[in-house]
Design a protein around this ligand. Structure first.
Ligand code: PLP
Length: 363
C-alpha cells in the first residue's frame, strides 16, 4: 500500500528514510546479531546508541555544557509533575495560560503549590499569544512556565517572555527541533518525542545543571527526581531503548540535511504555502492571529460543519489523512512537522483549491 500524507498531531509522521533504515536493521542491528529491541540497555551496543543520540541532539540544539540532556519516560505529561516537584522552593509558579496543555500543567503544579496566571488568551479561545514583555511576575516565584507551541490551537511564541530574571520552563513537545533555539534562555525544556522527533515512549528533557537539586521541597519519589536520572545518565532503569534509537536516526538525518537553520527555512516555506492560501481563500480561514502562528500545527475552518465533514472525507480519500481538528476546536488542523515533505503540503493546498472551486460552483 502507498504511504499517505499523515497530518496527525501526534503520534505523527516520521521520515520514510528513517523507517526504511530501521526496517533493514530490525532483525539484526549491525554486528550485534540481534534487534535493538532485544538488546540489554547495559550493552556496549546500546550505550553507543544513546551516547550518539545525546551528542547529536546537543550539537543540533547547540546545548551549552552546563545543561544535561535526559531521555525519560512518562510523556510530556509526567513533566507536569516532575517540574514542580524538583523546581519549587517557595512553592510558587507563574504561568502563561495559552491552552489545554498549560491548563493541564496548571492543575498538576497546583497540587504542590500556588499557581499564578500572569496572562491568558482564553478570552479569544487561545487564538493568540499574550503580550509577555512586562508581566506581573512575583518576586518570589520559583519559575515562569510556558507552552511554546500550542499543538491544539496552533499558536507559537515568536518571542520568549521577559521573565525578569526568573528561570523559564518550557514545554516544546510540538516544536522542538523545528528551528534553532537559544537553550541558555531556558532553565528546563521538555518535549514528548512523538510529535516532531520520534516514536511515543520517550521524553526529552534539557535541564540547567544548577536546577538538578539534591534537596527538594517535598519528599519526592526516586523516579521523579531529575538527579536520579542525571546521575545515571538516563539509565537508572530500563529506558525506552527502541524509541531512543529511532530518535537518534532522526537527529542524524537533521544534521545531514543542514541542521536547524535549514530546517526552519523549509518549515517556513511549508507553513507559508498554507497560510498564504488560507489568507486569500474565500472558503477557508486560519483561526490564529498572524503574529502568533505556529509553523507546525495549523488549524483552519470553513465555518459550515457539513462542508467541513465533506472536506475531511474527500481529503482522506485522496490520501491526505488526519485533518480533523481537535475535538475542542472543531474544523480542521494540519500538523506539518519536520517529517512532512513540502510535496505533502503542496498536495493539501492543491486539494483545498480544487474543493473550494468545486463547492463554489455548487452554490
Ligand atoms: C502532546 C503534548 C503533550 C502531552 O504529551 P504526552 O507525551 O502524551 O504526555 C504535552 N504538551 C504538548 C505541547 C503536547 O503537544
Amino acid at each position: 500500500m502507498k504511504r499517505v500524507y499523515n497530518f496527525s498531531a501526534g503520534p505523527a509522521v516520521l521520515p520514510e528514510a528513517v523507517l526504511s533504515e530501521a526496517a533493514n536493521e530490525m532483525v539484526c542491528y549491525k554486528d550485534s546479531g540481534m534487534s535493538v529491541m532485544e538488546m540489554s540497555h547495559r550493552s556496549s551496543s546500546f550505550q553507543a546508541i544513546i551516547d550518539e543520540a545525546t551528542a547529536d541532539l546537543k550539537e543540533l540544539l547547540n546545548v551549552p555544557d552546563n545543561y544535561k540532556i535526559l531521555f525519560l519516560q512518562g510523556g510530556a505529561s509526567m513533566q507536569f509533575n516532575m517540574v514542580p516537584f524538583n523546581l519549587m522552593k517557595n512553592k510558587k509558579v507563574d504561568l502563561i495560560q495559552t491552552g489545554q496543555w498549560t491548563k493541564k500543567a496548571t492543575k498538576e503544579a497546583a497540587i504542590l503549590g500556588d499557581v499564578k496566571i500572569l496572562a491568558s488568551s482564553e478570552d479569544k479561545t487561545f487564538s493568540y499569544i499574550p503580550d509577555c514583555s512586562d508581566l506581573p511576575i512575583r518576586e518570589d516565584a520559583d519559575y515562569v512556565y510556558i507552552c511554546e507551541n500550542n499543538t491544539i490551537y496552533g499558536t507559537k511564541y515568536h518571542e520568549l517572555p521577559n521573565t525578569k530574571g526568573k528561570d523559564l520552563v518550557a514545554d516544546l513537545s510540538s516544536c522542538i527541533l523545528s528551528e534553532p533555539i537559544d537553550v541558555s534562555r531556558y532553565g528546563v525544556i521538555f518535549a514528548g518525542a512523538q510529535k516532531n522527533v520520534g516514536p511515543a515512549g520517550v521524553t526529552i528533557v534539557i535541564i540547567r545543571e544548577d536546577l538538578v537539586r539534591e534537596d527538594l521541597a517535598f519528599d519526592v519519589p526516586t523516579m521523579l527526581r531529575y538527579k536520579t536520572h542525571v546521575d545515571a545518565k538516563s539509565l537508572f532503569n530500563t529506558p525506552p531503548c527502541y524509541a531512543i534509537y529511532i530518535c537518534g536516526k532522526v537527529f542524524k538525518k537533521l544534521k545531514a540535511e543542514g541542521g536547524l537553520a535549514k530546517r526552519k527555512e523549509i518549515n517556513e516555506q511549508k507553513a507559508n504555502m498554507l497560510y498564504d492560501y488560507l489568507d486569500n481563500s474565500e472558503m477557508f480561514r486560519s483561526t490564529v492571529e498572524p503574529g502568533s502562528r505556529s509553523l507546525m500545527n495549523i488549524p483552519f475552518v470553513i465555518g459550515d460543519e457539513a462542508l467541513e465533514k465533506k472536506f475531511i472525507a474527500e481529503a482522506t480519500a485522496r490520501g491526505l489523512v488526519n485533518l480533523k481538528g481537535h475535538r475542542t476546536v472543531g474544523g480542521m488542523r494540519a500538523s506539518i512537522y519536520n517529517a512532512m515533505p513540502v510535496e505533502g503540503v503542496a498536495a493539501l493546498v492543491d486539494f483545498m483549491k480544487e474543493f473550494e472551486a468545486k463547492e463554489k460552483k455548487n452554490v
